[in-house]
Ligand binder design. Structure first.
Ligand code: NAD
Length: 496
């Protein structure tokens, strides 16, 4: 028996008209557990029409009314942590505690957005000219859409919708078709929190749904998180259609380890950040850059930890690493391991040979040493439990390596030298930097985003830049003149 997963339009589950569906699996068993509807262009147009109607009303809700809905949503989400995490684990495969972690980080974005009365405060300049005051306001855009990846089915939608809705927009979510059920759970929570119908909408689907959103005249802005080729496509198509777009792409996150670092601590961090969520995080560490003498002891310390990583069903309490999202993705990751070995890297630990559950899309942990920058394991985002070690002689070599990579999402440096860490922070061409912190996902009061091929657009996501993205500025110049002083003056207005 498989579950049918449909759209959420106008505050209710809605069947689509396309007749097309996609399979949803439990990656830990390999079984198909659901089928998700794939929206037709007509389905998307119906959803956007409902959202546009709701947006016209929702912008009139007072800031304190919006904040009250967000507070209620925050409470419901907090109370549902375990239940929602079970849904994430059953379709994504990540371990339950990791699913709780992603929801908790998403919850922070909701908490930030509850401060909307403060966040939307404008500026005011009294007497900007004689008898003239000037002030700025920020207004919602109308209907905004979010297109999200499979790897964070709760957190990434919350990055977007919390701020978008707080700012007075209606939000249309097109979640990943690989793990779509969490989106409907969120929709029901929004409704229970008192959000008017139509302000949060879900259209399930694939390219057809996305392409319809990209050119729909009533969609003002698009937020995207996913792989770089699609991010580039979304940015180019959406902006050509006159929309505001922020499109976050892929990553290859380097962890630089200097010889003075505590190497046991660095090894703990590398293992946690490389293999957590089976490496299916955009902020996973996928390359360790071992500087100078650190290399041999560091590789040994990482390899020593790998037999203890328990791989299995994420729903079981002792599991540390779950399966990959699909069989096809597991096979693609395995093919990179083969390519790395063929191209001359040293296979220190081979995840293909691990003792793994018979069913499901599992792969063990892999460690490759002596990786060189020309190898595909280095150039490509693998998005699996594969850690490459590149050995370099000096700090400058490490910096140049990081800065030469196509991606610039996250990076980290491990050292006891504050001066080296300060130089790294100053010179590295990456959007999010950790100093002795391997996964530097910014807290909700900052904004999330990479550089180079990891982000297309100007605004990073959530936090202050998220609020800027979901609103547009208006500046009012105001004068209440004494009619007795009124004259005709064809000159350009001057302030002095
Ligand atoms: P993906 O690019 O395959 O899919 C993302 C979304 O785009 C999905 O909703 C999907 O349905 C849609 N999509 C896919 N192909 C499309 C097409 N041809 N046209 C229009 N829409 C299309 O990404 P994924 O596999 O779901 O997620 C993994 C990727 O996301 C990795 O590259 C990872 O680095 C990236 N990611 C980045 C961040 C970040 O913050 N930079 C965060 C999470 C994930």
């Amino acid at each position: 028996m498989t579950t049918r997963i449909s759209h959420w339009i106008d505050g209710a589950v809605a069947q689509g008209s396309s007749g097309r569906v996609g399979p949803v699996y439990n990656p830990a068993s390999g079984e198909q557990t659901g089928e998700v509807e794939l929206a037709s262009a007509d389905d998307v147009r119906t959803a956007v029409a409902s959202a546009a109607k709701a947006a016209a009303e929702w912008r009139n809700a007072s800031l304190s009314t919006r904040a009250a809905v967000l507070f209620a949503f925050r409470e419901l989400l907090h109370d549902s942590l375990d239940e929602l995490a079970d849904i994430v684990t059953s379709e994504h495969g990540k371990v339950h505690s990791d699913a709780v972690g992603e929801i908790s980080r998403g919850l922070e974005n909701v908490e930030y957005a509850t401060g909307v009365p403060n966040l939307l405060k404008g500026g005011f300049s009294e007497q900007a000219s004689s008898g003239v005051d000037v002030y700025s306001i920020r207004q919602p855009l109308g209907v905004v859409a979010g297109i999200t990846p499979f790897n964070f089915p709760v957190m990434v939608p919350l990055w977007m919708c919390a701020g978008a809705i707080a700012a007075g927009n209606a939000f249309v979510l097109k979640p990943s078709e690989k793990d779509p059920s969490a989106s409907l759970f969120l929709a029901r929570l929004w409704q229970r929190a008192g959000l008017p119908d139509g302000v949060f909408t879900v259209v399930q689907g694939d390219k057809e749904a996305v392409d319809t959103l990209l050119i729909h005249p009533d969609v003002s802005a698009l937020s995207f998180v996913g792989s770089t080729p699609i991010a580039r496509y979304i940015y180019e198509t959406g902006t050509a259609a006159g929309k505001r777009v922020q499109a976050l792409g892929g990553a290859k996150n380097h962890m630089v380890v200097l010889p003075d670092a505590d190497l046991e601590m660095a090894a703990d961090a590398a293992v946690s950040a490389a293999y957590g969520a089976a490496g299916e995080r955009c902020m996973s560490i996928s390359v360790v850059v071992a500087v100078g003498d650190s290399a041999d002891p560091l590789v040994e310390a990482i390899a020593r930890r790998l037999p203890d990583v328990t791989v299995g069903d994420g729903a079981k309490p002792d599991t540390q690493m779950g399966p990959l999202i699909t069989a096809a993705h597991r096979d693609k990751v395995a093919s990179y391991i083969a390519a790395g070995a063929d191209e001359g890297a040293t296979l220190v630990v081979d995840g293909r040979e691990a003792d793994l559950p018979a069913d499901g899309f599992f792969l063990g942990t892999t460690l490759l040493d002596h990786v060189r920058p020309t190898m595909s394991v280095y150039t490509d985002e693998i998005f699996g439990p594969v850690l490459s070690v590149v050995r370099v002689d000096t700090y400058d070599d490490a910096l140049e390596l990081v800065n030469s990579h196509e991606f610039g999402n996250g990076t980290a440096i491990f050292t006891r030298d504050g001066g080296a860490a300060r130089s790294f922070q100053y010179d590295v061409q990456v959007g999010m930097v950790g100093i002795n912190v391997p996964i530097p996902v910014p807290v909700a009061s900052y904004s999330f985003g990479g550089w180079k091929a990891s982000l297309f657009g100007d605004n990073h996501m959530y936090g202050p830049e998220g609020m800027a993205f979901y609103t547009r500025g208006k500046v009012v110049t105001s004068r209440w003149p004494d009619p007795a002083t009124s004259t005709v003056d064809l000159g350009f207005p001057r302030t002095r």
